[in-house]
Design a protein around this ligand. Structure first.
Ligand SMILES: Nc1ncnc2c1ncn2[C@@H]1O[C@H](COP(=O)(O)OP(=O)(O)O)[C@@H](O)[C@H]1O
Ligand SMILES: [Mg+2]
Length: 348
């Protein structure tokens, strides 16, 4: 003890600055490390919404507190099925009522699709965020999932909805470009999800793609059907294939087409796999649908021409990332808004 004390006291003048220097170097290293990590990872804190519930809980409508996801028992006894509102390859969906809340009850329709159904449920549970429909409960045994009901339905209904006279005010290029930004935000989220890079596979044509997303009452978009979200892991060379059948047409990316010509019959195990850039290829088509044909849509299309051209690159690696596309869309949205604002001011 004494000796230690003596040692401390006995530090030479040269040792003191060396110690301070070492400390400074360590502090600098820490700062650099922090800055680097901050560059590479999107801090979950900044993305977190304080209103969101913890895992396993939900809140919707005017609910003040978070409630636990409903159990099988609660689903069976507390949910009143009203009428059918939709159907896809895996589920039949019913408008239902729970505790005076409107909810959507999805029922697995074909037992052979149970794996897809369970995969979708797992994704729904793990990807709860502003970009995904709110999960209210589920029962694996019964093949049921309960989610928040969105009366405007899927994105397929967008045109009909916006043509209703009560929505005439929101049928503008600004709102529609905002919808496209939200769609691309969802793709960006899926490509950087807490479960790694996820590809939206259930999207072999435009109507199918649109049917997987819901339009919310405040004209925003959430992903709803997550039954086919395979994982891409570039580090481990894990790629994906969307289904086991041959795909046709130019809505799907060129690398999704059978590459060996008409004379060689399609064989699933010979079909090469691909990555998340198939989602980027589809952005211009989905976005063009969302922009529609209102005053200003073509002006917006003109400003998005270059980024859309890049999305349609034949070589997947040359396509921009979803984040690149999102950044460009946001820039276009803000610059066009500013231009219109200054023009309006000049006119006044
Ligand atoms: N929460 C919801 N609110 C309103 N409509 C919904 C909701 N969930 C599903 N739907 C309707 O049901 C359709 C089919 O649902 P989806 O989950 O895509 O089933 P599938 O897995 O069989 O494709 C959707 O396209 C949509 O029209
Ligand atoms: Mg679907």
């Amino acid at each position: 003890m004494r000796q230690q004390h003596g040692n401390k006291k006995g530090l030479t003048h040269r040792e003191v600055p060396r110690g301070v220097g070492l400390l400074l170097a360590m502090a600098l290293m820490n700062v650099l490390l922090y800055l680097c990590l901050d560059q590479f990872f999107i801090s979950p804190r900044s993305a977190e919404d304080p209103r969101r519930c913890p895992y396993g809980y939900f809140r919707m409508g005017r609910m003040r507190n978070c409630s636990h996801w409903l159990s099988c028992e609660e689903l069976r006894t507390e949910v009143r099925q009203l009428r059918r509102i939709g159907e896809g390859a895996v589920k039949r969906v019913f408008l239902s009522e729970w505790n005076e809340h409107k909810v959507a009850l999805s029922r697995l329709t074909r037992l052979e699709m149970k794996d897809d159904f369970l995969h979708g449920l797992q994704m729904l549970k793990s990807l709860q965020s502003e970009h995904v429909v709110t999960l209210v409960g589920y029962c694996e045994e019964d093949g049921t999932v309960l989610t928040e009901y969105h009366p405007l339905g899927s994105l397929s209904n967008l045109e009909e909805t916006l043509n209703l006279s009560k929505y005439r005010d929101v049928n503008t290029w600004q709102q529609r470009l905002q919808l496209a930004v939200e769609y691309i935000s969802i793709i960006t989220y899926l490509h950087h999800s807490p479960l790694g890079t996820r590809v939206m596979c259930d999207s072999n044509d435009l109507p199918k793609t649109l049917s997987q997303y819901l339009l919310t009452s405040n004209f925003s978009i959430v992903a709803n059907d997550l039954d086919a979200l395979p994982l891409v892991d570039h580090d481990s060379r894990v790629l994906v294939k969307c289904g086991h059948r041959e795909l046709h047409g130019d809505f799907v990316a060129p690398e999704q087409l059978w590459p060996y010509g008409e004379d060689t019959p399609f064989q699933d195990d010979l079909m090469p796999s691909y990555d998340e850039k198939i989602d980027i290829w589809k952005i211009p088509d989905v976005s063009s649908f969302l922009l529609g044909h209102v005053e200003g849509s073509d002006m917006v299309r003109f400003h998005l021409f270059d980024i859309h051209k890049a999305c349609k690159s034949q070589i997947p690696a040359e396509r921009p990332t979803a984040q690149d596309v999102l950044d460009t869309y946001r820039k276009v949205l803000h610059s066009l808004r500013d231009t219109v604002m200054s023009q309006t001011k000049e006119m006044l």
